[in-house]
Design a protein around this ligand. Structure first.
Ligand code: BGC
Length: 939
């Protein structure tokens, strides 16, 4: 995580320098974590009214102090650090605003202009009207807001014949036909005066790296993020001031294929092909005398494909021949006489927009734990962890020697790689040595999901130091931690964390290893809420829902995969419903109303389109069933177990009902009462029809009574009140009888079941799911050696082509359960963005302790509890400017203490009521230590 530390210390340095020159009153800073559009000091944004946020920090009067509240704030936004230092907000001075809002505060100042830099700070007043010091300054810059700002042209080479590997015979796509050589582009220019500021705005598609005067600019990899390039194209803004000097300069870009050139051919489905890689770049140099120069991509640039990256494809790997390296290609004075002029090429069609989310970076390095040699000269490295990224190879050897690195998640019994589950992805990187000293290689334009690496062609005997695993994913901040006294639960938690972050590839993918890696909507519907406790996904998911809108057809239909690289317009309900469900997650977890408003037209259009399939109050459109439900016989394919099947009408009508209820909420929020009434009335019709046609009052269940057929109506509040108990009991009987305490739901039911059971008073059953180590369970996977979560509950015994070792969909609502139910950290549903918090732990099974925290938008929430015989201790922290309702499990409120005092007398603690064997308190911010006597003691 070295670069994290570097970045952090660089940021601290900037802050310190800014602080030194900032005359401010003595005392600790009290406002911190300034954010803009969910990001820290972002460059090149294009939001017209960026949303600002901050937290009241814990030094001085933050969470450690009780009942801290913001009563007012003042924001200053200035066009220079100088003005900001003088407390002059020439762009915006909000004045003192009486408000407790500290997140999603919209900029309300002068219109923001392309390229401008904005510096800002904020101060707050507490509940007693006492002002804090000004925060440390933060900044953002604007990108290019108008199409007319772009004078750069798209350039590239629309030709595969230039591939040194040749093209495939007509009609016969081969691996090599998918693997174009990288395009290397360069341009020299003279900076005629002293440089004040230099900024590169660029988009190199599919993937690109920018080099200036011999150095890579920026630390992101696999950039820019994925989009449907005919709709939106991300550009990157990079400050290169320090890299440009007066005199001759050179700028270079390497272009890789990414999802651009022939990402996959016909298998397993026709994939959207965007043609050949291309570049649009505008480097704007401002001189200290107020003049400037602009270097833009055009036909004056030079291009070659004869560089060392002879072939690259995200799925298949990279082929690098170090003999072809071109030292100095990105520096002035390089002889590019045998490079060709770049071609002017057609624009991809989409609108250039700022990439307003964390880039992908190398976020860590793993050392292998073992090497074996299952066959002479075939070495297999074990990374000890199913990871996502690539390897860094270190080697000495003769010129021309080719070393091949093949990646896989599993081994065959003979110790060689098992690659059936990669389908057609070759996942192979090849390095050809130049034969000079110690050579270090890591690929750029590919990534793999793997635990094992097969190395062939290595000169001599490799050692553990020959290879390292480089972890590559969206560099999203960790949001929470959870640990408890039960090792199987902790193990699964870690497996989930690895799987979730490995599947962030500028969008949440289904899997990182096989020839798929797509943004399948269904996998993340409710599950995304769980992810929000692991990582800050506000920007990532806000972007992904835009991909959903981009995929929408004129008639309202949404693709099951977004961006629609795989155009699956099957008009089922469950998968596309993520387009309605996920904005709700962003609203709940981050108070993001802007995303709801932005997505609203797309949601309405989809709802209206799908409503056309409703017949007599029932919608039966379903494509995938309760995907990957565990079959009783573990050898069976999941869809072949009739008892576990849930009727399409129940899945689709249930989900559509849930979506309609969410639409009512959004319409109300956006002040569209007519829409709200329309959705409410349609929802009512669906509810009546589902109960009329699928509920069996004699049996007390829906459809065939599968677990999911009980879970959904309970989760979505479709069951008539008087019948809830019976449906719940049926679910419990199924779990204890048919599945003997094991999971009996697939991707759909599993996203709700743990909460339904817990809310119904049977958290013990969920605890059983979580601690089982027999099939089917997460613990079973871990026992078989899984270090991530499998695609199939029976991933070891079923269809080999469908057993990704790193899928997140079967996580279901397990992470939500751990945070919201077991640790009991939850946003109060009467507010959004954790303005009010619920702390409501569930003491379950033989758990003796839990430690959890979550970095909410207003600051860290902590919930630790431990049980010793019949004494419960709860240590909780509530961030400043929020309040909480705390449920302390207790026999008797009179015996509850807080920090040693009777709770009723404690500062900032107000007893509300007894409820279900818990004493309920209203508390303000601060740290609390509750102790109580509980009914049940643990053994
Ligand atoms: C993907 C899943 C996806 C499913 C839908 C699979 O191939 O890996 O994650 O949801 O197809 O059918």
């Amino acid at each position: 995580m070295k670069h994290h530390a570097l970045r952090r210390s660089a940021a601290m340095l900037i802050a310190a320098v800014m602080l030194l020159s900032n005359h401010r009153s003595a005392g600790a800073a009290t406002v911190a974590n300034l954010g803009c559009e969910h990001l820290t000091n972002p460059l090149g944004i294009d939001a017209e009214k960026p949303r600002l946020s901050w937290i009241m920090a814990d030094s001085g009067w933050g969470p450690a102090a009780r009942s801290q509240k913001q009563s007012a704030y003042q924001i200053l936004v200035a066009s220079s650090t100088e003005l900001l230092r003088q407390d002059q907000g020439d762009c915006w001075d909000s004045g003192k605003v009486a408000s407790d809002q500290n997140i999603q505060v919209e900029y309300q100042g002068q219109p923001l202009a392309s390229r401008m830099q904005y510096y800002w700070k904020v101060r707050v007043w507490d509940q007693a009207g006492k002002a804090s010091a000004w925060s440390q300054p933060a900044r953002w810059t604007m990108g290019l807001l108008h199409a007319t700002d772009w004078r750069a042209k798209w350039i590239g080479l629309d030709d595969s014949a230039k591939s040194s590997l040749g093209t495939a015979p007509a009609g016969q796509p081969t691996q090599d036909a998918r693997r174009l050589p990288a395009r290397w582009l360069r341009k020299e220019f003279t900076a005629s005066r002293q440089v004040k500021r230099a900024t590169a705005y660029y988009s190199g598609l599919g993937l690109s790296e920018l080099y200036v005067n011999g150095q890579k600019a920026g630390d992101e990899v696999l950039s820019p993020g994925l989009t449907d390039y005919t709709k939106h194209i991300f550009y990157i803004t990079r400050d290169v001031t320090q890299m440009i000097h007066a005199g001759r300069n050179a700028v270079g870009v390497i272009l890789g294929n990414g999802r651009f050139y022939a990402p996959r051919t016909g298998t397993p489905t026709a994939t959207q092909n965007y043609g050949f890689p291309k570049l649009c770049l505008q480097l704007e140099v401002e001189y200290t005398d107020g003049t400037g120069d602009e270097i833009v991509s055009d036909a004056s640039w030079k291009l070659t494909t004869a560089g060392p990256i002879q072939a690259n494809n995200e799925y298949d790997g990279e082929q690098y021949d170090a003999r072809l390296e071109m030292p100095g290609w990105d520096q002035a004075g390089f002889d590019d006489a045998n490079w060709a002029p770049a071609q002017s090429v057609a624009a991809p069609g989409g609108k250039l927009v700022a990439q307003m989310m964390e880039p992908i970076r190398v976020t860590g390095t793993l050392k292998p734990i073992a090497i074996t040699e299952p066959k002479p000269g075939v070495f297999v490295f074990d990374m000890g962890q199913n990871m996502v990224g690539w390897c860094r190879l270190q080697v000495r050897g003769p010129v021309g020697r080719a070393i091949s690195l093949r990646h896989a998640e599993r081994l065959k019994p003979d110790g060689t790689l098992y690659t059936d589950n990669l389908r057609s992805a070759k996942a192979t990187d090849t390095y050809t040595l130049k034969g000079v000293g110690r050579e270090i290689y890591e690929p750029r334009f590919t990534y793999h999901g793997f635990r094992y690496v097969e190395v062939t062609g290595f000169p001599g005997q490799p050692t553990l130091a020959s290879l390292e695993g480089r972890i590559v994913n969206d560099d999203v901040a960790t949001a929470g931690e959870f640990a408890c006294s039960q090792p199987t639960v902790n193990r699964t938690y870690r497996n989930v964390v690895w799987g979730v972050r490995g599947n962030y590839r500028s969008l949440p993918t289904d899997c990182p290893q096989r020839d798929e890696r797509q943004g399948w909507l269904g996998d993340r519907s409710a599950e995304s809420r769980g992810e929000s406790y692991l990582f800050n996904i506000a920007a990532l998911y806000a972007n992904w829902v835009r991909d959903m809108a981009d995929s929408q057809k004129e008639n309202g239909s949404l693709s099951d995969v977004c961006p629609a690289y795989w155009p699956f317009y099957s008009d089922n309900v469950t998968w596309p419903s993520s387009a309605v469900i996920i904005p709700g997650t962003l609203l709940d977890q981050y108070a993001d109303t802007v995303v709801v408003a932005r997505q609203y037209p797309c949601m309405v259009k989809w709802i209206d389109h799908m409503s056309g399939f409703i017949k007599d109050g029932i919608i039966a459109k379903d494509s995938y069933g309760d995907w990957c439900v565990p079959p009783e016989n573990a050898k069976l394919i999941h869809s072949k177990d009739p008892a576990r099947k849930t009727a399409p009408e129940i899945l689709a009508t249930g989900y559509f009902y849930h979506c309609l209820k969410l639409m009512v909420r959004y319409a109300t929020l956006l002040d569209k009462p007519d829409d709200a009434a329309r959705f409410e009335s349609l929802a009512g019709q669906l509810k009546a029809a589902l109960n009329g046609k699928f509920y069996h009052p004699e049996e007390g269940y829906y459809g065939n009574g599968s677990q999911t057929a009980c879970v959904l109506p309970l989760a979505f509040d479709l069951v008539p009140e008087a019948e809830r108990g019976r449906v719940f009991n049926h679910l419990v009987e199924k779990i204890t009888g048919e599945t003997k305490g094991h999971v009996g739901t697939g991707l759909i039911g599993g996203q709700w079941s743990n909460r339904v059971l817990t809310d119904g008073g049977r958290a013990d059953l969920v605890y059983g799911f979580a601690t089982n180590t027999t099939y089917p369970s997460w613990g079973y996977m871990a026992k078989q050696g899984a270090t991530t979560v499998w695609e199939l509950w029976n991933g070891d015994t079923a269809d080999p082509a469908m057993n990704s070792g790193n899928h997140v969909m079967l996580v279901g609502d397990f992470i939500i359960w751990l945070y919201e139910k077991v640790a009991g950290i939850q946003g109060d549903p009467t507010t959004v963005g954790f303005k009010r918090i619920l702390i409501k732990p569930t003491l379950v099974g033989d758990l003796t302790w839990v430690k959890a925290h979550y970095d909410s938008p207003s600051g860290r929430i902590v919930s630790n509890w431990k049980r010793e015989r019949n004494t419960l201790t709860m240590e909780i922290t509530i961030p400043a400017n929020t309040t909480a309702t705390v449920f302390v499990p207790a026999k008797d409120a009179a015996r509850v203490s807080e920090s040693g005092k009777p709770a009723a007398q404690a500062e900032s603690v107000k007893f509300l009521r007894m409820e279900n064997n818990a004493a309920v308190y209203a508390v303000g911010s601060g740290s609390y230590r509750f102790q109580s006597t509980i009914l049940e003691s643990v053994k």
